[in-house]
Design a protein around this ligand. Structure first.
Ligand code: C5P
Length: 409
């Protein structure tokens, strides 16, 4: 199943005001177009001191609009045309001066003018304005800039960032423009329907690692990708997400609170106190069923005259079952990674763990991969979700969970 890219059909007016972060805007155009958007670049004269209109035209595939007096506009109304055709206006970088102009409602060059002219009243005609501030930390911290930023937010704009870190001027602090991929993802999140607005989700992901000695342990091939994809999709849908992750090498999705653990017992200890504060618990983690009964403090050495060491195992606590047994449990979603007889095993898990929804998948076919196929099993029956990327499946699962939550009231 091929899914259209995340920004398919979206038309973005990307405004550049003057700042060294303009170099990141070239990459941003690439990221937005790769994600399916069409991008119309508008540049202020100050932006053109940092990057050329030719570069931005080549990357966006459209001539840049640089002036209100652009003679190519048949009606000579660039500010109206640009602001009417956009699904969103993103200004990146948004300089201190540009933000000051917007705060005052000034319109003395094209970019601030088209922001002032954008359809503003609520309703489907409304064109959202997103700003990615970029400036020296002292400029960002200045009371005038803070006052202006608060004013543009009060007037309906959304701020993306700024980030914290090294600045082109050699100083370190708040004021960096977010990276191109962060801005792309923020835009994707912005357009995502808020099906889980304000809901609190707790998610486990990845394998666990059960030590045998300081250098060895028992684990499995779970990559954590499915759980991380669900965390991202839920966050984009407006949820507050806590992700308890076993040892995996994956970036934390934006806006998600992450708690790293190693063993099943640590995962249990992290999850149980939090579960009662969440409305939904999604257990995607492939928790090791057993752990070595004792952990050797020193590396177990191979010795010619010694027999092969035995491994005594004890059972790990069942995190999902324990959460489902709480007096007021969250809505629990279990995962069943099976090698065969998926439907039967998933239904058996539904009853044994006493949870309302189990998501079955074929473990060997999906562990570590970017795609998967799911079988949703609940009291109503089974529903197959055909093979797709884990991102697409996560978005589908978020819709399914949202539907079930609203059905419960
Ligand atoms: O039957 P099994 O224990 O493999 O069920 C898998 C489901 O239970 C998954 O949702 C998994 O995250 C969860 N689980 C758990 N704690 C365990 C074992 C499994 O939360 N110790």
């Amino acid at each position: 199943m091929t899914q259209p890219p995340d920004l398919a059909g979206r038309h973005i007016v990307l405004g550049l005001s003057g700042g060294i972060a303009c170099y990141k805007s070239a990459e941003l155009v690439r990221e937005l177009t790769r994600a399916g958007a069409s991008v119309q670049v508008v540049m202020t004269p100050a932006a053109e001191q940092f990057i050329t209109a030719v570069t931005m035209q080549a990357l966006s595939g459209r001539p840049v609009v640089r002036s209100q007096w652009d003679e190519r506009q048949p009606n000579a109304m660039a500010h109206i045309n640009l602001s009417r055709e956009a699904d969103a206006i993103l200004i990146a970088p948004a300089s201190a001066d540009l933000i000051a102009q917007l705060a005052q409602g000034r319109a003395d060059e094209l970019l601030s003018l088209l922001c002032l002219a954008r359809p503003f009243a609520s309703g489907h005609e409304r064109v959202p304005l997103l700003l990615a501030p970029a400036m020296n930390r002292e400029m960002w911290a200045h009371p005038a800039t803070q006052r202006n930023a608060a004013q543009v937010v009060a007037d309906g704009a959304l701020l993306l960032g700024p980030g914290h870190g090294d600045q082109a001027c050699g100083e370190i602090g708040d004021g960096r423009m977010l990276e191109a991929v962060e801005l792309r993802d923020a835009l994707i999140a912005f357009f995502t329907p808020k099906l889980l607005q304000g809901r609190k989700l707790l998610i486990t992901a990845g394998p666990t690692f059960e030590p045998i000695d300081p250098v060895r342990g028992l684990t499995n091939l779970s990559s954590g990708k499915m759980g991380f994809a669900i965390a991202r999709a839920a966050q984009e849908a407006g949820a507050e997400v806590t992700l308890v992750a076993g040892p995996v090498h994956l970036d934390t999705p934006a806006g998600v609170r992450r708690i790293d653990v190693r063993t099943a017992q640590q995962m249990f200890d992290a999850v149980l106190p939090l579960a009662g504060q969440h409305e939904v618990f999604v257990a995607t983690a492939a928790v090791a069923d057993w752990r070595p009964a004792g952990v050797s403090d020193a590396k177990i050495k191979k010795q010619a005259d010694r027999a092969v060491p035995g491994l005594d195992l004890v059972e790990n606590p069942d995190i999902l079952a324990a959460v489902a047994r709480l007096p007021r449990p969250p809505y629990c979603v279990g995962f069943a990674a099976e090698s065969h007889d998926l439907a039967r095993h998933a239904r058996e898990k539904l009853h044994r763990k006493n949870v309302p929804l189990v998501v079955g998948n074929l473990g060997p076919a999906t562990f570590g991969r970017d795609d998967n196929a799911l079988l949703l099993v609940d009291a109503q029956g089974d529903r197959e979700v055909p093979a797709a990327s884990k991102r697409t499946l996560a978005q589908e699962l978020v819709r399914e969970i949202a539907q079930r939550l609203s059905a419960r009231g």
